[in-house]
Write a protein that binds this ligand. Structure first.
Ligand SMILES: N[C@@H](CCC(=O)N[C@@H](CS)C(=O)NCC(=O)O)C(=O)O
Length: 145
């Protein structure tokens, strides 16, 4: 049997619980009080969640953490309605194309605009690595205005 450790009010455990409920997956649940278990260094779950974060899922003595990973596990491991959209080849290609554009064109384009504005003295941003004692760029830099 799969056991979900959650807490009453937090969002991430709720996300995992929703996955079990929507899937119609069999599971047991233990709701922990964060004010109690995270302050008890000898609590057995501290070994698998030293930072005290939930949700956790226990499967045959092994633990899963991270709500998104848990949702993916629930979606894969149990029958029931699909929780995630099916990533078709077309969608996958679109996602790849978008990330290629983002990495190859969009990000450099934004950087070029920022650097040009910086050179023109219009903005002062993290791209300016001049040491404080160096003269300002041509145009005087924003501090000259
Ligand atoms: N990235 C983690 C974040 C986990 C997390 O931050 N959990 C919070 C609740 S959303 C938590 O357990 N906080 C301490 C507590 O509620 O006791 C996940 O998605 O599972």
């Amino acid at each position: 049997m799969v056991k979900l450790y959650d807490s009453a009010f937090a969002t991430c455990p709720r996300k995992a619980r929703l996955a079990f409920e929507e899937k119609g997956a069999p599971y047991t649940r233990e709701t922990l009080n964060p004010l109690v278990w995270t302050r008890d260094p000898s609590h057995p779950l501290r070994k698998v969640s030293p930072d005290g974060l939930l949700p956790l899922v226990e499967i045959d003595g092994k633990f899963l953490r991270e709500s998104t990973v848990i949702c993916e596990y629930v979606d894969e491991a149990f029958d029931g309605p699909a929780l995630m959209p099916v990533l078709t080849i077309a969608l996958f290609w679109l996602a790849l194309t978008f990330s290629a554009h983002a990495a190859g064109a969009l990000i450099p384009a934004v950087l070029i605009v920022l650097m040009t504005m910086q050179l023109a003295g219009r903005v002062r941003c993290g791209l300016d690595h001049r040491p404080p004692d160096q003269p300002p760029p041509p145009g005087g830099g924003p501090e000259a205005r």
